[in-house]
Design a binder for this molecule. Sequence first.
Ligand code: NAG
Length: 311
Amino acid sequence: MDLQMMLLDVIYFILRNSVRAVLRPRTKPVDGELVLITGAGGGLGRLFAQEFTKHGAEVVLWDINSSSNEQTAKLVGEMGGTAHTYTVDVTKREDVYCKAELVRKDLGRDVTILVNNAGVVAGERMLDCPDELIEKTMKVNCHALFWTVKAFLPQMKAQNHGHIVTIASVLGLFSTSCVEDYCASKFAAVGFHESLAHELLAEDVEGVKTTLVCPYIVDTGMFEGCKIREEVELVLPPLDPQYCVEQAMNAILIDQPLVCIPRLTYLPFLSRALLPWESNVVVYRFIGSDKCMYPFIDFKKQASNGCINVV
Ligand SMILES: *[C@@H]1O[C@H](CO)[C@@H](O)[C@H](O)[C@H]1NC(C)=O
């Protein structure tokens, strides 16, 4: 009996999600929600702040760089929205807990949507990469997820209302060379997010939703220089940041658990699981994705002294 029910449910969700891929379901309203975004000073974080503002939400902006964070707040203000800025180093858990408490005190209300967006990449070959940069990537892209979720999930659970969004990467689902720090941290982020999603469901906390966002290389400058075979790049160009954030917003607003952007990237994710390792290597060579980070690393070397980019 249980088995029959389970199989029926499995089929129901396959059908429902196929229909949803074509007919978009109704989106939930987020006006009146308090949305906290990490890494809000630039890249996708800034665009998320603007998108949530468009949808009538109030935003709390966290970034380690106060001047770029203020610029985001200014843009939100010009749109008629309300933004509250905090200078936070998400790699320091005391700082996260302390600023989370401050947000609660200042605003007198709880954060209901948490967008874990802050991310960095070292941009060095494994053996050239200073240890501090490797640690930094793990701390920003992975450890910080624990601290922010510990800071904001309790109130969401208490109210049975909230949404945890993790901006990971397709490099959390499959990998390439020369971004060991980034891949390790993003695979970790995916594992963290999915385990947390299972925990909430196992506890029947139905009101706290989760969305894992896995974008392909986004044209924010973070992976500037990265290059694959030209013919393939025509069908898989670097993502326009605005497009990426709009797709992610669509997923968040329909409580979709996972979204890969663009959809084409589900393909390498599947082939990694289904094909032999060597077959994937051959495909990587053909596409040029085995060495796609080489020009990126050269570019980073020229452009900076191995300094860190915040998305
Ligand atoms: C902070 O942001 C400003 C404005 O975007 C930028 O000019 C500056 O270099 C950033 N500072 C650091 C330390 O990254």
